[in-house]
Write a protein that binds this ligand. Structure first.
Ligand SMILES: Cc1cc2nc3c(=O)[nH]c(=O)nc-3n(C[C@H](O)[C@H](O)[C@H](O)COP(=O)(O)OP(=O)(O)OC[C@H]3O[C@@H](n4cnc5c(N)ncnc54)[C@H](O)[C@@H]3O)c2cc1C
Length: 382
């Protein structure tokens, strides 16, 4: 039997971030991961996530500004560039570019509100047909090295990372504070406090955690979906090195599209495009089958044909991935009787992850949670 003051379950972006912040504050930390860090069947694998400031509430805008500061710190201590600047565009009526511009002005985020003609002149590869908001500080997060950088920092502060260690259940130890985690091959690990950062696997683990009944009852319903993302190759002349491909969010009346450079996952030959949050609902991550939704691909091909002259409307790669949603799209960062749950959910957690880890470490060590991210608050609003 081994023991550690804090055991973090899951080495995706959320678990790695929480472990980093706990360890740097001097706590004894073990991370236990089902497979390997940034698990290929989790949500934090690969090379491409959008980092952007465009949110329609000051709360989120402020959180991105704070998250960027923690990313900057992580880049500095790890000596690794984790966010490649690309800038980002927001357009489409439902995206409300003018509102986003006002919020960015309030938050001190550099931006330009462009007419459709100005935007098309600057990015002829995009057939933008309305007002567009440009903000140059956006970029692309390299997800897997971000996980590795945070785990490496955690290790430097004494944490250990156990891989291929699926937690089968957690028991509360009678008579004294603490927990026993059951792992593979009858192994066990004792902990004073458990942090659960299991991503889309969380719904399958919940009933095997000794959560206080009231807390368990207050948890929001988590919805896990299997999303599809499709890679389209650059059309000439937009494939030339240095061609400026921003990331973008396009909210049409029918579709919410996000687009970013495909990164090394697909050989850097094009852009990755996906519909936001239209994937197949799953009970938990264990139910995923990795089958790309062909109807979804067909919609994206049509989208590229109509809106993206800079790409060939012929996919050359595709993939599935998992989103975990709360009913309000808020994150879950809450704690009860020695167990902290952390999930930077809803398809936009990568950009906040280092900050969410900081918030989770704060909550796990007895700090007051952000009211909006408590289980009860999310359930009440949802
Ligand atoms: C394709 C895709 C595109 C995305 N795009 C963006 C984007 O553009 N911008 C953005 O900000 N966010 C984006 N996101 C969201 C972001 O990546 C996620 O919010 C984030 O990765 C969630 O991290 P996590 O640590 O909560 O979950 P995960 O990365 O899934 O980590 C959970 C870990 O827990 C482990 N685990 C589970 N159960 C157990 C157990 N019982 N024992 C031990 N270990 C366990 C798993 O193996 C896994 O490694 C995207 C996500 C995907 C999938």
């Amino acid at each position: 039997m081994e023991s550690s003051t804090y055991v973090v379950i899951g080495a995706g972006l959320a678990g790695a971030a929480t472990a980093w912040h706990l360890a740097r504050s001097g706590h004894e930390v073990s991370v236990v991961e089902r497979t390997t860090p940034a698990a290929a069947d989790g949500s934090s694998h690969g090379s491409a996530r959008i980092f952007r400031y465009g949110h329609d509430e000051p709360f989120w805008m402020d959180l991105v500004v704070r998250a960027r500061a923690v990313y900057d710190e992580l880049e500095a201590v790890s000596g690794t560039r984790l966010i490649t600047p690309t800038g980002s565009l927001d357009f489409g009526a439902r995206r409300q570019p003018a509102l986003l511009a006002r919020l960015m002005a309030d938050a001190g985020v550099e931006h330009e509100l462009l007419t459709a003609a100005q935007a098309r002149q600057r990015w002829p590869q995009l057939a933008i047909d309305g007002e567009a908001l440009w903000h140059p500080a956006a970029g692309v997060i390299d997800a897997e090295p971000t996980v590795e950088a945070m785990l490496e920092q955690a290790r430097r502060h004494g944490a250990r990372v156990l891989t291929h260690w699926p937690v089968e259940g957690v028991e509360r130890l009678g008579g004294r504070a603490g927990f026993r985690l059951r792992g593979p091959g009858g192994q066990t690990l004792e902990a004073g406090h458990v942090v659960v950062a299991a991503g889309g696997f969380l719904p399958a683990l919940l009933d095997r955690l000794p959560l206080p009944a009231g807390f368990r009852a207050s948890l929001p319903a988590l919805r896990v979906t299997q999303e599809s993302a499709v890679h389209f190759p650059f059309a000439e002349p937009f494939a030339e090195p240095g061609a400026a491909w921003p990331t973008f969010i396009h909210d049409t009346n029918d579709l919410r599209i996000y687009c970013l450079p495909g990164g090394r996952d697909a050989g850097d030959r094009g852009q990755k495009i996906a519909e936001f949050g239209t994937g197949r609902p799953l009970g938990s991550a264990y139910d995923q089958d990795g089958v790309v939704d062909t109807a979804n691909v067909a919609r994206l091909v049509e989208y590229v044909r109509r809106h993206l002259p800079g790409l060939e409307p012929e996919p050359y790669a595709s993939t599935t991935c998992l989103f975990t949603f709360t009913p309000t799209d808020d994150f879950l960062v809450d704690s009860a009787d020695g167990i902290t749950l952390v999930s930077p959910c809803s398809g936009h957690g990568a950009k906040f992850a280092p900050l969410v880890g900081q918030l989770a470490a704060h909550v796990a060590t007895g700090g007051v949670p952000v009211d909006r991210f408590t289980a009860a608050a999310i359930s009440r609003a949802g």
